[in-house]
Design a protein around this ligand. Sequence first.
Ligand code: PBG
Ligand code: ZN
Length: 327
Amino acid sequence: MEEYEIFPRVRERRLRKNQAIRDLVAEVSLTRSNLVQPIFVMHGSNEELEIRSMPGIYRMTVDRAVKYVGRGLEKGIRAYLLFGVASHKDEYGSEAYSDSGIIPAAVRAIKKDYPDSVVITDVCLCEYTSHGHCGIVINGQVDNDATLPYLSRAAVAYAKAGADIVAPSAMMDGQVKAIREALDRNGFKDLIIMSYSSKFASSLYGPFREAADSKPQFGDRKSYQMDYRSLRTALREIELDIKEGADIVMVKPALFYLDIISRAKERFLVPIAAYSVSGEYSMLRAASRNGWLDEDQVLIEYMTALRRAGADIIITYHAMHLADLIK
Ligand code: PBG
Ligand code: ZN
């Protein structure tokens, strides 16, 4: 039917009349319970260091991180994703899977004071290896199969420390399967795996690598992280992870990858997490600090777009701040 035959009977603006009407018909919502705040934990005590390229985000010692979680819980942010800043790096990333490493220490301390928090730990080697790669390097190559037992050990160490969810991010084939089997063998059959299933080799991770001191010392991550020209590969990675036992799958980064989130939501029946990465945080902060964008309004629009695309869970460095803006 031609549009002039519909109007004036049909008027789209009726449902935009006022805030209450707009809220009544809104298709998606953004709530604190969907948000995850990442935290960088470092050794030492009573100290925090602002990350140069991420104003407002700090590396924190464990005691400070515990207090930070306490403040977050008070305002409704219950889930935290932990990254470690290593004190010791070697070729095998041994601090990643040591029970006395920074992550197990942080998990124990947070869960002791705040048992109701949801503590998620990244599972990767890049923060702990001297070469900065996510796996074991053999003859100048990141070796897939040799890496799996180390990732499994890390996941078990975090589970023992009390983590609620482990989040493998190394992009090794078979990592979810290896971790699931290791967890099950060690009595953690109910521990949740949130897999970084669809993780692209992105230039948006730059600020994170400054924060976690995890820049590769040679080459790049393109032989294991995905090529951003492909959608089908992303869906395939997600499908494989679900078959291997992932409970939650993630798309990362978020902003430039809304199409992937949307397709994943249509196709798969597990919860979808979107990781709005460090570079996304830095871009918005930089523009806002210059007075070029209204940070709070852009932030809500952005996060709502992730929900509309299909994200159930949103991991964002803005979570603590967002909690002051939404319910
Ligand atoms: C570890 C890891 C990275 C991020 C999350 N886990 C860095 C990388 O892959 O280089 C990036 C997160 C961000 O940029 O906020 N593999
Ligand atoms: Zn890594």
